[in-house]
Design a protein around this ligand. Structure first.
Ligand code: ACK
Length: 889
């Protein structure tokens, strides 16, 4: 009968009075159906040996669970020795049979899991060694991560991996009507939970996400690109009649340019420009107009100016005039086509000539509209009489000691018949104080009566009926001085020499100035950097980088005590460090009691650099003095091997220690460890020391569970940490402990140490689990970059996980300081109620922000000491405040 007196069938055995029991019960063959780890849930009842009258030491209160993997589904006999033991199962609740009618029966449920990977199936067996036990039910199951859709990718029902920490990497496939944004990936955790979604899909154009699927945009809506988040209403003057539109069609009379985005309204070509006016200035015309009345809903109207010239037409018809496009010599400023302004200056026109200018307006949809010529407005003008344009070029044809023969071209725009040219010239030295004028009908002039070896300046201008044009720009020529027949040659050689050397000197001066200015700016930057970085705090000790010492031995001398090797007694090797063995032993210094120490030694055959790196750890450690920082006892440098002696930490490194004691500590104890680490880190950060490799493996634990930060070698981040991964940009970095900015651009700060501290918190609460499990470094970096953060470990209070998440803020300025973390942990320790699983508590790193209600009894209960309730009450400890006064004694 069960607890409710309902009959149940059981397998039972109760040979408690007979010694040497070995009774076996075996299941049929169980196919494993692809499972790699199966769970066995056993329900059973067990009699309390003490309640059985007359039993001796032979009575047991446990049974053993075994399994045997096999491909045979009908093995008739399996040897005992072929079974592998899963566990010895004890009851949480045993029962005492008071008497037959009034018994208190307790049903136990125990679950064990076992890896089954080698054969098609397995048998389970139960071994009784003398208990009084009834097996009520056995349920065998395995776990899967159920089919799910994440980021629009479908992930199939996936059987979990073989090990409790294994993650099965699963690639998702994009749901219907979607396309890959970045390869969708997730991990199936051992508990059947999906973890770390990376990448995903976008709904295709014409579709949007609704309820994890891609649904077509309805009529009147559209989606042009897969990256667009959702369907949007058709923009003005457009429509969509069918579902799944990727673009909306334009209403009649409205258009879309090729370059218009689908989100833009449909538009129209512009109407004609308005109010065209012209102002003639001799042979130039200024045209100005107003923009079209209708711009068609666009702002990209441009204008072009068409120019027609009226000329004498067919000579056989009197007075006939033809109209032709203007020649390419007409200038338009700023341009003739593609004008965005409403003003243009047309110059270089012929004098006394009739022109028609037509200004056309177009916009982005003028071509799409298919309309022939663009709407326009025209004006006709006749240019005025105008003087000839200046002569553009004067050449010298012949030179003598007293004459220069010059020639030039007719001006580009004579604007009429040229009646004569006027030549003005003067000696260059004289400037225009005295000049001479010569006039000529031809385009050459022989200028005589000049002085030898003299530079003259010439200007030429033309005259028509409309008067003189402007003078040409100045042209300089020199007369000869025999025996130097060529103009200019030799004249400037001295000057040239001077200039060359002058330029040389100038270059030298500027180069020197440049170098000096660079040096100065670098100096000032260095100065600024160092000032900024150190924000020196008077009275606070600042860590000194031993690598700033020219002589490393001086640094060691300043920060570490030399120990005589005879006072060290090495006992055994406890591990391997980067530089050699790590041993434990004893140290007896004169006048002090003997203490246990750890001894790191530098193996023989080291290089100078190795020696320096090895001793740098001692030079750093020797500067610290804090209960949560590993203490340096001293160094041996006067004889070989070189040694670094530190205090001995009985429990070794924290990660291994926690793995060894999985699940054995209370939350308060774990928080106590974290508090110690935070306190050590606060001390380091106050000293301006950035650790760079904070991880549980670099924390040591002593026999009192006190955690101390260790591993201070400067080179260690780059070399000796087995976790340090090589990345192309940044060298060796322990990726899963390091803040993104430190990975990406080597920005190592106290805030990046805070990030690592968050990872250490996660390691501690999960009893040494590997952060991000067996994901590879690339995936870890990608996931973190995409905002993924480690989930709360099993049984992790919400407050602690929130604190981890705060440490993993992307913006480093948003992360808490070690001092805030320390405050927070202190508060949690003082108010253990906040550490209840999933409790709705105020989560804050700001001191005094939250103080939950919690009784002394609840506190005692949470640490398993509720039996002392009365004792506490009797001693007057009635509220949590009063507990603060408690000492160890
Ligand atoms: O995990 P462990 O036992 O703790 O193995 C490593 C090994 O030496 C190589 O570093 C141990 N170790 C290092 N320093 C100390 C120390 N001060 N006290 C105890 N063990 C230490 C560490």
């Amino acid at each position: 009968m069960d607890e409710k007196n309902i009959p149940i069938r059981t397998y039972q055995v109760c040979n408690v009075l007979e010694p040497s029991q070995n009774n076996w019960l075996r299941t049929d063959w169980i196919p494993r159906s692809g499972a790699q780890r199966v769970y066995v849930e056993v329900k059973f009842t067990l009699r309390d040996c003490n309640s059985l009258p007359g039993v001796t030491g032979t009575c047991k209160e446990t049974f053993n669970l075994y399994y045997h993997e096999s491909n045979e589904d009908r093995e008739s006999y399996i040897k005992e020795s072929s079974f592998i033991k899963v566990d010895t199962v004890a009851a949480d609740e045993s029962f005492t049979q008071v008497d037959v009618g009034d018994r208190i029966m307790k049903l136990n449920t125990e679950v064990r899991d076992v890896k089954v990977t080698t054969k098609k199936g397995f048998y389970l067996a139960f071994q009784d060694v003398g208990a009084c036990i009834a097996l009520v039910s056995v349920r065998v199951f395995y776990k899967t991560c159920p089919l799910t859709i994440r980021n629009l990718a479908t992930f199939p029902d996936t059987v979990t991996g073989a090990d409790t920490s294994s993650l099965v990497e699963v690639r998702g496939s994009c749901v219907n009507r979607s396309e890959e944004r970045e390869e969708p990936k997730m991990y199936c955790g051992a508990d059947g939970e999906w973890l770390v979604p990376i990448g995903g899909c976008f709904c295709s154009p014409g579709y949007e996400e609704r309820g994890g699927a891609c649904k077509a945009c309805t009529a009147g809506f559209y989606k042009a690109r897969s990256v667009d988040p959702a369907c949007a209403k058709c923009p003005p003057h457009s429509y969509s009649l069918r579902d799944g539109a990727t673009v909306c069609d334009c209403h009649t009379g409205y258009f879309r340019a090729d370059s218009d985005p689908a989100s833009m309204s449909c538009t129209q070509p512009p109407s004609a420009p308005q109010q065209l006016i012209s102002v003639v200035n001799e042979t130039s015309v200024v045209l100005e107009w107003a923009p079209p009345r209708r711009l068609g809903g666009r702002s990209d109207a441009i204008y072009s100016v068409e120019c027609l010239i009226f000329g004498p037409g067919d000579r056989s018809i009197s007075n006939s005039q033809t109209c032709l496009p203007c020649g390419s010599d007409v200038l338009f400023s700023p341009s003739q086509l593609g004008l965005r302004t409403t003003r243009v200056v047309v110059s270089e026109l012929k004098a006394h000539t009739r022109y028609t200018f037509t200004v056309h307006a177009r916009n982005g949809v003028s071509r799409a509209s298919g309309a022939g010529s663009a709407p326009s407005v025209s004006v006709s003008v006749t240019t005025n009489q105008a003087a000839p344009s200046p002569v553009s070029m004067i050449q010298v044809l012949d030179v003598t000691r007293h004459s220069l023969l010059l020639s030039w071209q007719q001006p580009d725009r004579p604007n009429g018949v040229i009646l004569e040219y006027e030549v003005k010239f003067y000696e260059k030295d004289q400037k225009e104080r005295s000049y001479r004028i010569m006039r000529t009908f031809s385009q050459t002039v022989d200028v005589t009566g000049l002085s030898p070896l003299t530079v003259y300046v010439f200007h030429v201008r033309a005259r028509t009926a409309a008067g003189y044009g402007d003078f040409s720009s100045p042209f300089e020529f020199s007369t000869n001085s025999d025996p130097f027949p060529l103009i200019g040659e030799g004249v400037n050689s001295a000057f040239l020499l001077l200039s060359v050397s002058g330029v040389g000197v100038l270059l030298l001066i500027s180069a020197a100035a440049f170098i000096i200015s660079r040096r100065r700016s670098k100096y000032s930057k260095t100065k600024q950097d160092s000032e900024e970085e150190k924000h020196l705090n008077p009275g606070v000790k600042i860590y000194v980088d031993p690598f700033t010492y020219e002589d490393p031995d001086q640094a060691i001398h300043d920060f570490a005590k030399e120990i005589d090797v005879s006072s060290i007694h090495i006992e055994k090797v406890i591990g391997m460090g980067e530089f050699g063995e790590v041993c434990s032993g004893r140290l007896r210094l004169q006048g002090k009691r003997e203490i246990y120490v750890a001894i790191k030694s530098l193996k023989a055959g080291y290089s100078d650099k190795q020696r320096r790196d090895f001793l740098s750890e001692a030079s750093i450690m020797g500067q610290f003095d804090h209960p949560n920082i590993i203490r340096l006892e001293g160094v041996v440098t006067r004889c070989k091997p070189l040694m670094i002696i530190t205090e001995y930490m009985e429990n070794g490194s924290l990660d291994a220690f926690l793995r060894k004691h999985d699940g054995q500590f209370t939350v308060i104890q774990l928080v106590g460890m974290l508090r110690g680490i935070a306190s050590g880190m606060k001390y380091l950060s106050d000293m301006n020391y950035v650790h760079r490799d904070l991880a549980a493996r670099n924390i040591l634990v002593n026999s009192n569970l006190v955690c101390k930060v260790s591993d201070f070698g400067l080179s260690r981040v780059l070399e000796d940490d087995p976790e340090a991964a090589y990345t192309a940009r940044v060298g060796h970095i322990p990726i899963r402990w390091t803040a993104p900015e430190a990975i990406t651009y080597r920005k190592f700060t106290t805030s990046s140490d805070v990030w690592s501290y968050g990872i250490v918190m996660w390691e501690v609460v999960s009893y040494g689990e590997r952060p991000y499990w067996d994901m590879n470094n690339q995936d870890v970096m990608k996931a973190v970059e995409e905002g993924y953060r480690l989930p709360a470990p099993m049984d992790c209070p919400v407050v602690l996980h929130q604190l981890m998440l705060d440490c993993w803020e992307r913006e480093r300025a948003e992360r808490p300081s070690f001092s805030q973390i320390l405050n927070m942990l202190d508060k949690l320790i003082r108010n253990p109620g906040t550490l209840r699983l999933g409790s709705e508590v105020c989560v804050s790193v700001v001191p005094e922000a939250c103080v939950p209600e919690w009784s002394v009894y609840e506190w005692l209960q949470s640490i398993g000491l509720e039996i002392y309730r009365e004792t506490f009450a009797a001693a007057g400890y009635n509220n949590l405040e009063s507990l603060l006064a408690l000492t160890h004694q």
